[in-house]
Design a protein around this ligand. Structure first.
Ligand code: NDP
Length: 442
């Protein structure tokens, strides 16, 4: 059942999320990243909506060409280039891997080759920047708004296609979820794991590429633009590139682990993932770099080191917490966490066909400190990116506000799901680990 609050939030997002993205990017393009000046101009009558709209770059053939080539290239890397990295990178898990058991009891296989796609793409990027010079490394920045229209077209097309596919030719009909509410189904998705053919998995492809592979390229394009405009790249831009680069690389290094996260394990594929991955992620997760093109901040050494340390500690907590759960689940509890055998709570649940399954919820390590300490580490890293931009404008700080809302909401959503899944066992777990994000506080 869809409650009125969920429905109101969904309608709000469907109507306003594309406008929010446009507003942020336009305010950089026309107002030097000030979020207030456009509003002020409109409210005082200095400008009309049409003035702003008329100054907005339109869709161009060039942007459409770049975007089509980009997505097609990522599809080729995903579908036609089997993973090679796991054959020579010690510790890396790639190639064919299994996902979690779906509610209908299916275990999907995935070709994990994201790291390889990321490496090939970046090698080609640097080869072009330093040797071939086929296009300028500022190409992304220079076409940023025309590319936004292309990303929106793909985001809406893929979400609409997923909805139609869910009704008429689902990959697995028993894993579909229909609430009967059109808007909810469009936003949150019907099919659990839509696929074309055996290997083209919508969730894995759209979640990881083209958005996350592009993330680091977008940042590099911003750094190149700083170099072009000011003759140097500031330390804040380097910090943003490095800290976000670590986060992206971590994502691909752990792509097999990602199969066990909420996005893949529990969310259905609709507009939330489809449009979100094509538009929201590449445009709003990279606001710090965009801002620094317009406001090149050079941090003092102490501030730069402080931000770097905050970002690295955040990353360490994020990675270790996720790693502890992954190790615990992979070994079924037969492992060591901080040098000791982990403690856990035994729990059980039923799948839709009535089969009973058993699972374990760990109460050791970071999972004994809080129920989502991985989110806490993620938030510390996010804060570091924002702090690198200084305090002259609020635009680059949108990310930490957004991540706090996203991860708090996600935490509550996940706990609601876990309670429905595990019932009284989940209550035993929350009694053993009473805090969600910050031990002793929340
Ligand atoms: P988690 O990796 O925390 O997964 C939650 C699931 O883990 C639960 O549904 C439950 O699943 C299982 N679980 C919960 N508690 C325990 C426990 N004590 N022991 C063992 N298993 C447990 O959540 P996410 O998938 O949301 O996040 C993964 C990472 O991705 C996080 O670090 C997050 O910060 C990051 N992330 C980043 C985003 C971004 O936009 N940058 C967006 C979303 C996530 P089960 O049903 O299997 O028991």
């Amino acid at each position: 059942e869809v409650d009125w609050f969920s429905l109101a939030s969904i309608l709000f997002l469907l109507m306003f999320a594309p406008l929010i993205v446009y507003y942020f990017i336009m305010s950089c393009d026309q107002y030097q990243c000030s979020l207030f000046d456009p509003l002020l101009d409109l409210l005082t009558g200095k400008k009309h909506l049409s003035d702003i709209w008329n100054k907005t770059p339109t869709l161009t053939y060039r942007a459409a060409g770049i975007y089509t080539l980009w997505v097609a290239f990522q599809v080729v890397l995903y579908v036609f280039v089997p993973d090679f990295c796991h054959k020579f990178l010690p510790g890396y898990v790639g190639g064919i891997q299994e996902g979690a058991v779906t509610p209908a009891g299916v275990v999907n296989k995935y070709e994990i080759n994201g790291l390889q796609a990321w490496i090939i793409t970046h090698v080609l990027w640097f080869a072009n920047a330093y040797y071939f010079h086929c296009f300028s490394p500022t190409i992304i920045f220079d076409n940023w708004i025309p590319l936004l229209w292309c990303a929106n077209i793909l985001g809406y097309a893929v979400s609409t296609f997923a909805m139609i596919k869910g009704y008429f030719f689902p990959t697995n009909a028993t894993d579909c979820k229909f609430t009967g509410n059109f808007f909810y189904d469009y936003m949150m998705g019907i099919e659990f794991n839509p696929r074309i053919g055996k290997w083209f998995d919508f969730k894995l492809f759209f979640n990881g590429r083209p958005g996350i592979v592009a993330w680091t390229l977008i940042n590099l394009s911003y750094a190149a633009k700083q170099q072009e405009l000011y003759g140097q790249v500031t330390n804040s831009m380097i910090l943003v590139n490095v800290l976000q680069g670590i986060y992206v690389l971590d994502f691909f290094w752990n792509e097999a682990w990602y199969l066990k996260t909420i996005d893949i394990c529990h969310d259905h594929f609709g507009w939330y993932l489809g449009w979100g991955d094509c538009v929201w992620l590449p445009y709003l997760y990279t606001l710090q770099g965009l801002y620094l093109v317009y406001h090149p901040v050079q941090l003092g050494t102490a501030n730069a080191i402080g931000i770097l340390v905050l970002g690295l500690i955040g990353y360490y907590i994020f990675r270790m917490t996720n790693h502890q759960k992954d190790l615990f689940r992979r070994t079924n509890g037969n492992c060591k966490i901080w040098g000791k055998k982990p403690e856990y709570i035994e729990c059980s649940y039923m799948s839709v066909d009535g089969t009973k399954y058993y699972s374990k919820l760990m109460t050791s390590g970071f999972w004994g400190w809080a129920r989502h300490f991985n989110y806490t580490g993620d938030l510390m890293g996010s804060l570091a990116y924002c702090l690198a931009c200084g305090f002259e404008h609020i635009l680059p700080h949108f990310y930490i506000v957004y991540m706090t809302i996203l991860l708090t909401h996600r935490c509550i959503r996940d706990e609601h799901r876990c309670f429905s899944k595990y019932g009284k066992d989940w209550k035993r777990y929350t009694a053993a680990v009473p805090y969600r994000l910050i031990p002793g506080i929340f």
